[in-house]
Design a protein around this ligand. Structure first.
Ligand code: TXA
Ligand code: MG
Length: 319
C-alpha cells in the first residue's frame, strides 16, 4: 500500500476524513505526538491499527474526541470527569472512565474502561469536526519504538503500511498525554506521566492523585522497554558526562543534554519544555548506523521533567 502524504490544510483534512470514513488508517498530528487514527466504531479499521504497528492485541487505544463527544463513549460522565475535561481539554490529558457500548472491546483491549482525549492541535480538532465521530489512535510508531513528532518519523516507521499521513509539522509538546483513571468510589489514579503536570490535575480535582505508575496499578502497554532507538541508551548525570568527555568520548557516541557540551556529536535541548519537544527526534538519531551508543543527561527541573525521566528510563531499559 502506498502512503499518501497530505498537507494539514482544508483539502488535506477533507481527504483524511473521507479515508477514515471508508475505514482507512491515517496518521494525524496532535500537540503531543503523531497518532495513527482509525474510525473508533469500525472494528476492521481498529484491527488494522494493531496490524500496521505490529502491536500485540489486548492493549487499549485512546479514543480522540471533540470535548462534547466524550460522553458517547463513557458509561457515565461523572462530576470529576467533567471537571477535568473543562479544565484541561482540549489538551494533553487522557481521562480513563467506565466505557459505554460505543467503545468496543477491540478498542479497549478487553477492558471495561476507555481512555478519552480531546487533542489541542487545530488540525486534529478540524479533522474530528469533519469526521464527526471518535478516532481511535495510538502513537504512530512501530511497536516499542520511539513515538513520532514529525510526519517524516511516521513515514520512517509506517510508510507503506498505512493509507495516509496528514502533515502539520513538528508537535509542540513532544511527549504523550498524561493518563488519569477515574473509577467510581476510588481515588483518581495516574497511569502515565505526560504533557500535563500531576500537581495541576490534583489541584483542579481538589484531591490527591494516587500514583499508579510506580505502584501496583499499571496502564496495560506501559512495558518497561519502550521508546528505544537501535543504539543502546544510557542515562547519566551532567558530572558523569563531563568526566567521560574529558576522558575522550568517540564521535560515534551521540550526546543529548540540556546544555551544549564540547562534543562533536551532540544535541542541546534546553529547558524541560524545549527538551520534551526535541527529545524523540534526538533519540531517533540513535537509529542512524553511524551512532553506536546514546548518552543522555535529563533536564534538572521543570513540570515535564518526570515525564521525560519516565521515557528515558524505558528507552534505556535492556530489551
Ligand atoms: O498523547 C497521546 O496520548 C498520544 C496521542 C496520539 O494522542 N497517544 C498515545 O497512545 O500515546 P498510545 O496507544 O501510544 O498509548 C496509550 C496508552 C497505553 O499505554 C494504554 O495502556 C493506555 O493509554 N490506555 C488506554 N486506554 C486505557 C484504559 N482503558 N485503561 C488503562 N490504560 C489505558
Ligand atoms: Mg505509544
Amino acid at each position: 500500500m502506498g502512503t499518501t502524504p497530505l498537507v494539514g490544510d482544508m483539502d488535506g483534512i477533507a481527504s483524511a476524513a473521507s479515508i477514515l470514513r471508508a475505514g482507512g488508517l491515517v496518521a494525524i498530528p496532535t500537540e503531543t505526538v503523531y497518532g495513527l487514527a482509525a474510525d473508533a466504531e469500525n472494528a476492521v479499521a481498529v484491527a488494522g491499527i494493531y496490524a500496521a504497528k505490529g502491536r500485540p492485541a489486548g492493549q487499549p487505544l485512546i479514543i480522540h474526541v471533540l470535548p462534547e463527544k466524550a460522553e458517547r463513549y463513557a458509561l457515565a460522565w461523572s462530576g470529576r470527569a467533567a471537571l477535568l475535561a473543562d479544565a484541561f481539554w482540549p489538551g494533553p490529558l487522557t481521562i480513563v472512565v467506565p466505557k459505554s457500548t460505543h467503545a468496543s472491546l477491540e478498542v479497549t483491549g478487553g477492558l471495561d474502561s476507555v481512555g478519552l482525549r480531546s487533542p489541542a492541535h487545530p488540525v486534529a480538532a478540524s479533522l474530528l469536526r469533519a469526521f464527526g465521530g471518535g478516532l481511535a489512535a495510538p502513537s504512530a510508531n512501530r511497536y516499542g519504538h520511539v513515538s513520532p513528532t514529525t510526519a517524516e518519523h511516521v513515514l520512517a516507521d509506517l510508510g507503506g503500511r498505512i493509507d495516509a499521513v496528514l502533515d502539520a509539522g513538528p508537535c509542540r509538546v513532544g511527549v504523550e498525554s498524561t493518563i488519569v483513571e477515574l473509577r467510581p468510589g476510588q481515588p483518581a489514579t495516574l497511569l502515565r506521566r505526560g504533557g500535563l503536570g500531576v500537581d495541576v490535575i490534583a489541584a483542579s480535582l481538589g484531591e490527591e492523585v494516587r500514583d499508579g505508575v510506580d505502584g501496583v496499578v499499571r496502564a496495560p502497554g506501559m512495558v518497561e522497554s519502550h521508546y528505544a532507538p537501535a543504539a543502546p541508551v544510557e542515562v547519566v548525570s551532567q558530572g558523569e558526562l563531563d568526566a567521560r568527555i574529558d576522558a575522550g568520548l568517540p564521535d560515534n557516541v551521540l550526546v543529548i543534554s540540556p546544555d551544549p557540551v564540547d562534543h562533536e556529536n551532540s544535541v542541546a535541548l534546553g529547558d524541560d519544555r524545549s527538551y520534551a519537544a526535541g527529545l524523540y527526534a534526538a533519540l531517533r538519531r540513535g537509529d542512524e548506523p553511524a551512532v553506536r551508543a546514546v548518552l543522555v543527561v535529563p533536564p534538572a527541573d521543570g513540570q515535564l521533567r518526570s515525564a521525560i525521566l519516565d521515557r528515558l528510563t524505558r528507552a534505556s531499559h535492556p530489551r
